[in-house]
Design a protein. Structure first.
Ligand code: AMP
Length: 206
């Protein structure tokens, strides 16, 4: 491990907010372009840009010292990382949605509901906690269209404004998880580089 810190960030909704917080702390980040390892104006900090779902595994393995991800992704990944700081952006919720005209939670014919989701683990866990049996179908995106196409009865997906659900004739029926951005840290790295971790936490949380 080097003495500096490597922070894993996901391209997407949380990226701009995380970079804005670094900027507010006086750290500038160049345009990543196609680079995946990006230096910053702070010699002790560089950024690793990965897919959102990969942040937990990069941090758990120590390839990155810290990362910014959403609680949703973190719980789905079930990674063994520290969560030293909740961050005040990226708020959304993981919810169950069903076509507006259908009954919930019982299907009229008593069938086992099929649920499309990018969050198969959390979806299964939620319905298991209610003692309900469901079939979960894992999809990689465009989840909201699954009921329209007959792929599933319901979906479990992230909701922010609810506009995407409404546009696809879906109604939110239950909240599984309130999610925000969270700073995650590799356990060994935090022990070895505690001062640098505290400094970065001050910058991101301040
Ligand atoms: P909305 O129409 O504002 O409810 O946003 C819903 C769409 O945006 C869904 O396709 C979600 O997968 C996605 N989404 C909402 N919030 C987030 C978030 N914090 N991170 C990533 N994707 C999100």
């Amino acid at each position: 491990m080097s003495t500096g810190l490597r922070l894993a960030l996901a391209k997407g909704r949380l990226y701009d907010d995380a970079v804005a917080r670094l900027a507010a702390a006086g750290i500038t980040v160049g345009d990543p372009g196609r680079r995946l390892l990006i230096p910053t104006s702070d010699a002790g900090l560089d950024l690793l840009v990965v897919k959102p779902g990969d942040v937990p595994v990069y941090v758990e393995s120590g390839a990155a010292d810290l990362g910014v991800t959403g609680t949703d992704v973190l719980r789905e990944a079930d990674a063994d990382v520290l969560e030293p700081l909740a961050l005040p952006f990226g708020a959304c919720r993981l919810a169950v949605a069903a076509p507006s005209e259908t009954s919930y939670p019982n299907l009229p014919d008593g069938r086992t509901p099929r649920i499309a989701s990018k969050y198969p683990r959390l979806a299964r866990e939620y319905f298991a906690s209610l003692g309900r049996s469901v079939d979960v179908i894992e999809v990689g995106g465009s989840v909201e269209v699954a009921p329209l196409l007959g792929l599933s009865d319901w979906i479990v997906d992230l909701v922010d404004t609810g506009n995407t659900l409404r546009a696809n004739g879906l109604t939110e029926r239950a909240t599984i998880l309130e999610s925000t951005a969270v700073l995650v840290a590799n356990r060994a790295s935090q022990k070895l580089k505690l001062e640098q971790h505290l400094r970065l936490m001050g910058m991101l949380g301040g």
